[in-house]
Each structure stands twice: as C-alpha cells, then as structure tokens.
Design a protein around this ligand. Structure first.
Ligand SMILES: Nc1ncnc2c1ncn2[C@@H]1O[C@H](COP(=O)(O)OP(=O)(O)OP(=O)(O)O)[C@@H](O)[C@H]1O
Ligand SMILES: [Zn+2]
Length: 583
C-alpha cells in the first residue's frame, strides 16, 4: 500500500477496496472525477458504462478526453486514458445505455456496489430501481450548477431516488401541446415531438402522431432538391396554416378580428417570408452570439424549410431523436418553436410581445430553445469534483459496513461547506423501497397488453390504487396521474399500455401496491406464465382475504400458460424474492 493510502485506510479496508468489483454508470462530468479518485484510492476492478460519444463541449471539464477523441466512445476512451497512468488496473468499458435490456438484474449482481454519475433524472431513477431489484448498494450523486448531492442508498434502509415524484421534465397534457399552448415550453415540446415524428422511428405514441403523411415524407427521393423543398413548404403550410385555420371556430367577416378574438394566427410560408419583424424581450445589442439573439421572423421560416430538407438528406434519417448536441436538430426545433409561438401569440400590431414576462408565450433564441430542449443547467467542474469525492468517501463506509456513519451530503451554493443530514428512511408509500408494501409485479409486454387487463386484475384483487411503471418511471398511479388526467379509466380501457408510455423496451412492470388498510393473511405467490407474474409480500402487514386471493387466482388462470406457486411462509417467500432478483 502506498504511503498516502496507508494514512487513509486500515489494512483490512484497503484489502476490501482492492478486492471489490464496482460499476460506474456515466463517464461525463462526475464520471471522470470519480474515475480519477477511485483509481488513485486503490480500486482495481471496475466496469464503466456510458452511452455517449465525446463532444467538443465536454473537453473543458471531462479531463480524460482530448480534442482528437471527439466523436469516440466516452467509456472506451475513459478506460484507455486511465490505463495509460495505471496499466495494472482491470477496467471493462461498455459503450451502451443502462436502459438496454442486456443490463438486467443479473448484470448488476456481478458487482459489489454501483456508483452513479448520470446527468438525467430518468436514467438515475432507472438505476435506482435496478439496484433495489438486484439488492446492490447505490452510491448516488447528482449536480446542477453549484448545487449537488451525494449519498448511499441501501435497500430497506434508505429512501430511494424514486420516492419523490420525478424531478425530470415536467409532463404536459397532450391536448395543451397539440391545441392550445400557453407557455414557451409547450412550443418547445411540440417542436421536439415534431422533430422525432418526422425524422425518428415510427412511434404511435408520439403526441403528434397522425398529423402528417409520414410515409410520403420518408419515402421521397432524397436527391431531388426541388421535390424536398416543395415537401418542406407543404409541411410548413399544413402545420402552421391549415391546422391553425381549422382550429378557428365560427365565421367572421373580418378574418383578422376573428383570429385576434381567438388568439390563433395561421401563417403560410409565403406570408412568413415577408415578415421581417424581430419579436424580442431582451436588449439584443448586448448579445455577441447570433444564436443568443431573437432573429427576424422570416429567418425561422427559412430555417424550417432549410433544416427540414437537410435533415431528410442526412444518412440515418428515420432513427433520429432530438439531441441538443446536434445543431441541425436544434435549429429545426428552434425554428418550429418560434413559428408555433407566432401561431398563438398576438401579432406585434396588437400586443407587443416585448411586454411578455415569465412563463407567458414569447419568442426564444436558438440557444434558449437548446437549453430548454436539453434541460441544460451549466455544469460546474468543481461541484462535480466535490460530489465524486464524497461518493468515494461514502463508498469506504459501505465497504466497512459502517451504516450509521452514512449521510445525505448536500452541496449548497449558499453555504461554504457541505451540509450533511441524516439519510431518510424508505418512504412509506413508495412502490420501490418501502418494506411495508405488498407488491404484485407484472412484467408484461406493453405493446400487447391493454390497460383494461390492469384494471380487471386490480379489481379482482380488491385494489384501488396501483402503479404502472417502466424504465422511464411511473406512468400511472400514486405519483403520476398521467392516464387519469388524460381521461377516465373507462375511456382508456382498450388502449395498449404502450400508448401511455414512452420507452426503450416494450417490456415493463406493473406494480400493484397494497397498503396497510387491507386485512387477511400473509402470503406470497409467484406466478409464471407467458408474461411473468410475480406476486410478493414483504414486511409484517395484513393483506387481502382469501376470497379475493381466489378471485385473483381464477383471473390469472384464465390467462394462457399460467402456473401458480404459492408460499405461505414469509421467510421462504423472502428468500424466494432474493432468489428471483439476485441471479
Ligand atoms: N441511459 C444512460 N446510459 C448510460 N449513460 C448515460 C445514460 N444517460 C446519460 N448517460 C451519461 O451520463 C453522463 C453524464 O455526464 P454529464 O452530466 O457530464 O453530461 P454530458 O452530456 O457529458 O455533458 P453536458 O450535458 O453538460 O454537455 C454522460 O456522459 C451521458 O452520456
Ligand atoms: Zn422509495
């Protein structure tokens, strides 16, 4: 052991560090810092996973990457750079997304614990759920600007990162986005959906699905510039003129008065090109960058058509998804956002949009759209460094099993120090970490299962509340009322679950949670079938009467290929639970 490490660790702890196998998810801002501290602290065997390639904008703080690495895999280059300095290490690099089905419970159980260095709530929450399922300790961290946090999550001991409603992108009702945007973010969301619809894979759950003839757009001759131009202009007119015009109710002799009344302004491509007004809320003369300025309206009209054509000609079109680092997609989305804003904002003749404040509709610069689309908060290298350093020191407590010393560590810009608080216990009603819950996990195919199946199963079990969750988080239930907001249960009865759920994989969980008010006896069932049904009971609480259980049994038996396995002994059931999820 080298001299410094000798001061930090006891020989026993050092031994544990040398022998532990760890998984690091994310090789970005926090990930690079983590790699640096971990490899200098004696850790030897690690797997690093990241889905991304290196961007020029990463170089200022992700110090394992150089200019010549731009475009290459973060994980692979990260490994190479670390091993240059530490050739004795055993590093496995994976270029992939944790949402990939390959990274299942079995994958996680290879490791002693997991360190999170992700930048988005969805992926962090997914990682949190996978760690709970595989019973791995998660050393979580997150930063945003000068703020951040780092803490350990151990199953049944600590609150998980799914306890609170997602801190991710807020969800907006589909009808608002489609018909009556009232905030700039609604227009950005519309524009991003349009981008994904036009240039991405076929997705019936896209909120704008059915709006355009996609087959015609995607199958056209990409070499015929004139044809593409015409197509772009027709699409423009359909979206920003026809659709808006159709939405104008009633008839008025004075069309303009009617539009003003209803606050809807159809605009055609030809008309738009003539409008050179700049609608802005800020002093543009102070802006250096063109992309920070609000451009004349005709600029966005022109950009829409130009980027539309350019993206259609880009190899791989049909598989694209809005990406804040892809400038064609940013420019297309910025153009669409502002034209859409025009559709629902009084023209300068009537009300000056410069007077618009806060969340009200207003025009946005390209960079503002990019920021909103990518939900970017400026990355501060030193916050990342602090978070990673705390993760490594909390990891030491994990290896020493010193659970009492674990803390929730807040990095706060208003304090000149880190503020540690006690780690909260599992949230009573959390479907993921509360030891008081009874779970019925149904792992099913969202592309073939209708919402009605869930409703019937819940009914047969006497349940009032349940969650449907997948890799992107909870889509229905206690925390997220998306389906309820979208209409009543009856209206959604025959809809496929995939309609409610944007996901990478068609498979996901339905989790029925039974809370303490129910009465009955302890039980545990595992039900294997074409889909996998796992019903389990954790904790010492009372649950439904036998009649309800029998009903459930018959409900399941009506499904094809169902096998039932029943456990009455909770300890056996618990062991079974660990069995199911631990290998
Ligand atoms: N689902 C995922 N699977 C694997 N890695 C992911 C996933 N989601 C995000 N990441 C990775 O997590 C890392 C987070 O790092 P960071 O916050 O520095 O983001 P960045 O994209 O590199 O930087 P910035 O967003 O500031 O430009 C990124 O390298 C990103 O690729
Ligand atoms: Zn929880």
């Amino acid at each position: 052991m080298n001299k410094t490490l000798n001061l930090l660790y006891s020989p026993e702890t050092y031994e544990k560090i040398r022998n532990s196998r760890i998984l690091i998810i994310g090789v970005g801002g926090i990930g690079c810092e983590l790699l640096k501290v971990l490899t200098n602290s004696g850790y030897k065997t690690m797997t690093i996973l990241d889905l991304d390639t290196i961007e020029a904008t990463n170089l200022n703080r992700q110090f394992y990457f150089r200019k010549e690495h731009v475009g290459m895999s973060k994980a692979l280059v990260g490994k190479e750079s670390v091993m240059k300095k530490h050739p004795e290490l055993d590093i496995t690099a994976i270029h992939g997304s944790i949402f990939d089905e390959k990274y299942d419970v079995e994958f996680y159980t290879q490791f002693d614990f997991v360190l999170c260095a992700l930048d988005n709530a969805q992926a962090r929450e997914h990682l949190g759920r996978m760690c709970l399922k595989s019973n791995r300790i998660l050393v979580d961290a997150g930063t945003g600007g000068f703020s951040g946090q780092a803490n350990v999550i151990k199953r049944f001991l600590h609150q998980c990162n799914n306890c609170q409603p997602s801190k991710g992108a807020p969800q907006y009702a589909v009808c608002t986005i489609r018909a009556s945007p009232s905030q700039p973010i609604h227009c950005v969301t519309y524009a991003m959906s349009l981008y994904n619809l036009l240039f991405g894979p076929l997705d019936e759950s896209n909120m704008l699905a059915g709006l355009l003839d996609l087959a015609q757009i995607q199958s056209c001759d990409k070499n015929d510039q004139e044809l593409l131009n015409g197509l772009a202009i027709r699409t423009f007119n359909k979206l920003f003129y026809d659709e808006i015009k159709q939405g104008l109710k009633g008839y008025a002799k004075d069309e303009e008065a009617n539009a003003i009344n209803q606050n809807k302004y159809p605009i055609s491509y030809e008309e738009g090109l003539q409008d050179s007004n700049v609608y802005t809320t800020i002093d543009q003369s102070k802006m250096d960058e063109e992309d920070d300025k609000i451009q004349p309206f005709k600029y966005y009209v022109d950009q829409f058509v130009k980027t539309f054509v350019k993206i259609l000609q880009t190899p791989g079109v049909g598989s694209f998804k809005f990406d804040k680092d892809d400038w064609d997609s940013v420019r297309f989305v910025a153009a669409t956002t502002n034209i859409r804003t025009f559709n629902f904002t009084k023209k300068f003749k009537n009300i000056d949009p410069r007077l618009v404040e806060g969340d009200k509709m207003k025009y946005l610069s390209v960079n503002e759209v990019r920021k909103m689309g990518g939900r970017i908060i400026p990355a501060i290298a030193s916050t990342n460094a602090i978070a990673a350093a705390i993760q490594v020191s909390e990891s030491k407590k994990v290896l020493e099993e010193d659970w009492d010393k674990l803390r929730m560590n807040w990095i706060q810009p208003t304090f000149d120090k880190i503020a540690p608080t006690f780690l909260p216990e599992p949230y009573n009603t959390c479907n993921h970490c509360s030891p008081k819950n009874v779970y019925l996990h149904i792992y099913c195919n969202f592309d073939t299962t209708i919402f009605g199946t869930v409703v019937e199963l819940a009914k047969s079990f006497g349940l009032n509340d349940y969650d449907i969750s997948g890799q992107s988080g909870t889509v229905y239930g206690l925390l997220n009322k998306q389906i309820k907001r979208d209409g009543t249960n009856e209206r959604n009865y025959n809809k496929l679950l995939s309609k409610f759920y944007q996901r990478e994989s068609p498979y996901a969980n339905i989790i029925f949670s039974i809370f303490e008010q129910t009465s009955g006896r302890k039980f545990y069932w595992q039900i294997g079938c074409k889909y996998e049904f796992i019903l389990m009971h954790r904790g010492d609480i009372k649950i439904p009467q036998i009649s309800k259980i029998t009903k459930l049994e018959s409900a399941f038996q009506q499904l094809k290929n169902v096998k039932l396995q029943k456990f009455n002994d909770i300890n056996e059931a618990r062991m079974r639970y660990l069995d199911i999820y631990s290998f």
